[in-house]
Design a protein around this ligand. Sequence first.
Ligand SMILES: Nc1ncnc2c1ncn2[C@@H]1O[C@H](COP(=O)(O)OP(=O)(O)OP(=O)(O)O)[C@@H](O)[C@H]1O
Length: 674
Amino acid sequence: MEKSQRVKITNKNGLHTRVAAMVVRQSQKIEKMWNCQLYLRRLNSHSGVPCNSVLPLVSLKLKNGEMVEVYTDDNGSEEAVSGLADFIRQISELEIPETEAVDTILQENTLASEKIFESINNGLIAMDSNGSINIFNKAAEEITGIKASDIIGKKGDEWVPNFNLKDLLNTKKEKLGLKHKIGKKWVITNKSPIIVDEEVVGGVVVFQDISQIEELSWELHSVKELKEKFNTILETVDDGICMINRNREITYVNLPFVRMFKKEGIQVLSRKIQDLFPEEKFRNDFFMGKDEIIIVTKGGREFIMHARPIVIESKFTGNVVVAKELTEIAKLADRIELLSEKTRFLQDELDKKESLNPSFNNIVGKSGALMESLTVASKAARTDAAVLIRGESGTGKELVARAIHRGSSRNKKPFVGMNCAAIPSNLLESELFGYEKGAFTGAYKEKRGKLEIASGGTIFLDEIGDMDKAMQAKLLRVLQEQEIERIGGIEPIKINIRVIAATNSPLEKMMEEGDFRRDLYYRLNVITVMLPPLWQRKGDIPVLVEHFTEKISKKYDLPNCTIKKSALTALEQYRFPGNVRELENIIERGMTLSNNEWISIDDLPNHLRDEVNDKKKNNRPFALDGDNLPTLEEMERELIGLALKKHGSFRQAGLALGLDHKTISAKAKKYDLK
Ligand SMILES: Nc1ncnc2c1ncn2[C@@H]1O[C@H](COP(=O)(O)OP(=O)(O)OP(=O)(O)O)[C@@H](O)[C@H]1O
């Protein structure tokens, strides 16, 4: 149980320094005698101070007449408590008037020291020879989070074990600059023993919170690391990079910049960028990042320079200037243009293919030229208008005519085809109009003509340009009146036909020369579908080959067949005067001749191989031997194809051929050149 005794301070100046020192001296004697620790506290106060240290006693600032309590802990003795209490009671009797001036000096000094301890930023801990804390300043409280009132008079090692205070007293050695962790904070300590007459009477620890410094040093480390990374990036990129300050003086240049402009780093640093390129005009817009400068070096290389402003906390501090070689950029721009052109083209193709009537599904090919024609044909299928299909022999005119019919509202009624060139003109009339029984010798019974049969459906008139003029007149009347008269018949017969005509003849020229009726031409040519020759859409050859190998395998019950790359390349180099029909025949021939499940170059017809070989020999994509002169379009296709292959971009190919890149792009699209 705690032992305590009340006592009144009766000194004139309260418990001032000298009196405190007397109490301390007495207390130390008593403590030694009774082996205990004595404390003093204000009445009704929980926290007291040890009586063996002057400063804590003085800091209580006890006045004359105040009641205090002398106490000891559970193990202390009552005799010790009464001993010190009696001493305090008698002190006033020991007052000597002459000592007053000395008291004042002592008191002022003590209070000044106290003030100093409290106002320094460093933590300060002082302890007595037992390791009990008697000074614990405000900074120490803040850094450790421990209240002075809790720790004063207690053994320091129990509260701040990291400081190892006992060790200081034992070793009697000063220890400076040690780093300790207290809670989350890092502190750096200077520990010194207090030695009087070679005896350790206590120790002092002064410590400083270095957490912020630690943080700063970590930040500094990260900044250094970042700087290293940036440096590595700046030195490894291909672009020339230079930094300038707000006065436009160069503060940094990377190696590519030095190499581009042959300016050594050391020569350019601190110089104005303008001085480096005296020929150039550096406008304000350039530094604002709104303008660019093209620099041509002595060696003729072109560079483009951009500047980006550096703004730190809303303040302009300079620029980063980036230089790139223009040819690189031009190449990239070309590549982008080529790719976007391709994308647009493919998108167009996709849109077209998607919008085609399903009746066109059996028409193989996706080249731009074909797609354009099929789109027109597919639209024609939705109407009842007359269609004129133009194209070389074997380009698929009949195939398209049938697709138009299948996709039209007449698809439940017949599609009747008629080749006007294949039938002699005297027979054509009876074929088209039919005849009555006995109309002419041999007309044993009546016969319906193709026009009558096709009523409700579609009549397909192939090779319309070969029809003679008399027949043209009759046909025109039928189309106008929608009625026919059989040969030998009296009554006209009402019909309802849609006409699709096809030709490879130059109808316009024939009209000029009076061989084709202008009025019939306009009747037939309401919608024109132009089918491109196969050489203009060589990109379709691989899919057509695949389509025909499958078709023929089924037709002759043959195993699946592929084509060797060399054979396909030869096909792609051939002119194909017979167009798709010729290709179909070549594949059929190849498959029947081949002993393997593939078509090789040896399975292709001799004339084809010869033509391809000739081209190779002449080192020209087309033969110019007089017999087989290519058309201008063929030559154009080959030339543009060659230029694109060689230069890789529309722009460069255009430059080589003296055309602008838009023309090249349009022609590449027309000729299906990738
Ligand atoms: N795009 C194509 N897809 C699949 N087969 C095709 C294609 N074009 C043509 N063909 C095939 O080629 C052959 C010839 O086609 P078609 O008879 O329609 O041509 P054409 O232009 O009418 O010929 P001609 O003028 O000599 O009468 C046919 O067997 C046809 O199926």
